[in-house]
Design a protein around this ligand. Structure first.
Ligand code: SPV
Ligand code: MG
Length: 431
């Protein structure tokens, strides 16, 4: 009997899978690998049931001799441990991530022996609908809300990118790169007050009201499934913040970050160049506690953002606040800096980790942008937010296109720099 191996990355078993198993078992004794949680997330297939449940689901299928957990989307560990004679895969090799998997399997068969056999995918509208419904489930508020806490448990570092519209949401949702045989993508989205305001041509001073900010959330939510972290600015008055918490929870937002400033908030990247007032530890702690008291689900997170380094009040003040805000119930601490050098951020992280090994640390490396995710993770950072890059990328490109049309009195000259209409419309899913 030949040793046959295939990997499953699904939460439901339908006729297509059963057909696939039936074909695969014809080649020999079939072991099915079930892709582990973290690998599924990196591959943009968020599991809606646990790994144990997925293993049981596959174990129950007739014709499956053994079930194991496959820890990585690439097959190195499988070939080292199992030495399969045949690896069976669907014939859906078209996108770059699939190509990378195919190359990986082929190079392993050259090293260890064995062969790769494709089985054609079943193209049945009924089955495609089932797959689509599974994806839609991930977009439901109840499910999406808890997704941030889940990924925090699965992965050492979560990468979030700024989104301010349905289109930027789609970029955060779908962008995937393959490098050094590793597939990577963003884990979460950040709805920045700076970008939400700038997109509307308004200053970042809590001028764009909550109704409008919620509309942005809805636009993003309608077309994506990834968890949303909302920039709640100061949270406003405590009496208002409690309502904001309830609304965000109801919509399916995973977390709100509020900063310890008061009065007319200005963007932190202005630092001490403009007048900004830091809230007292007592007031801000009371705001956090009131928010935690108001929230109805266990999933939702209220994260306290500390502005002591921005306002040059010193490291000890930042640490004292971090301690107080976690005691008041904050589910995470965001520490911000506008220095180019990451030293003060790293010092904060190291010292905070000495007193608190668990509370998630969130950073926004806009100014200290040379530090890598790996270095941040070594210092205990759990969430890295790329807070404004999509907007900053779009603005000069749009301005350039507008200037080119004005200068040339036609659009032909700029066309080569623009995405073809056909490509941009394929980004948009139709129901
Ligand atoms: C935002 O993106 O709106 C932020 C981060 O709050 S920063 O602009 O760096 O203050
Ligand atoms: Mg902001």
């Amino acid at each position: 009997m030949k040793k046959v191996y295939t990997c499953f990355c699904t939460d439901i078993i339908h006729e297509g899978h059963l057909h696939f198993i039936n074909e695969a078992r014809k080649y020999g004794e079939l072991t099915v690998g079930v892709l582990a949680d973290a690998a599924m997330v990196k591959y943009n297939r968020f599991p809606s049931i646990s790994i144990d449940e997925r293993v049981e689901l596959v174990r129950g299928i007739e014709g499956v001799s053994d079930v194991i957990v496959q820890n990585d989307i690439m097959y190195d560990e499988i070939f080292e441990k199992l030495h399969p004679d045949i690896v069976i895969h669907g014939d859906n090799w078209s996108d770059p991530s699939m190509q990378a998997i195919k190359n990986n399997i082929i190079s392993l068969t050259q090293k260890y022996g064995g062969e790769l056999i494709d089985i054609p995918y079943t193209h049945d509208p009924k089955l495609s609908k089932l797959d689509k419904q599974m994806r839609e489930k991930l977009a439901m508020p109840e499910f999406r809300r808890g997704r941030l806490r889940k990924v925090l448990k699965m992965m050492p570092l979560i990468k979030a990118i700024e989104v301010h519209s349905g289109l930027t949401g789609l970029i955060a949702e779908k962008t995937m790169v393959v490098e050094d045989e590793k597939i990577d993508q963003f884990d979460a989205m950040w709805i920045s007050s700076l970008c939400d305001s700038t997109e509307k041509g308004k200053p970042d001073i809590e001028l764009v009201d909550m109704t409008s900010r919620f509309r942005t959330i809805e636009d993003v939510m309608e077309v994506t499934t990834k968890p949303i972290i909302f920039d709640g600015d100061t949270g406003g008055l405590t009496e208002h913040f409690v309502y904001t918490v309830r609304s965000l929870e109801r919509m399916g937002v995973s977390a709100v970050i509020i900063e310890d400033k008061t009065g007319l908030k200005k963007n932190s990247l202005f630092g001490t160049e403009v007048e900004q007032t830091q809230d007292s530890i007592e007031n801000f702690s009371a705001k956090i506690a009131a928010g935690k008291q108001a929230q109805l689900s266990d999933d939702f997170m209220i994260i306290a953002r500390i502005e002591s380094l921005i306002l040059e009040r010193g490291m000890d003040d930042a640490l004292a606040r971090a301690k107080a805000f976690t005691s008041a119930g904050a589910d995470g601490i965001m520490i911000h800096s506008r220095k180019k050098d990451p030293d003060e951020i790293l010092e904060f992280c190291d010292r905070f980790r000495e007193i608190d090994p668990n509370t998630p640390i969130i950073v926004v490396p806009s100014s200290f942008n040379t530090i890598t995710e790996e270095e941040l993770s070594k210092h205990g950072v759990n969430i890295c937010i790329y807070a404004n890059q999509l907007l900053r990328a779009a603005f000069p490109a749009m301005k350039n296109a507008a200037e080119s049309i004005l200068r040339n009195h036609r659009a032909a000259e700029i066309d080569g720099e623009l995405m073809p209409i056909k490509q941009i419309i394929t980004l948009i899913d139709e129901l």
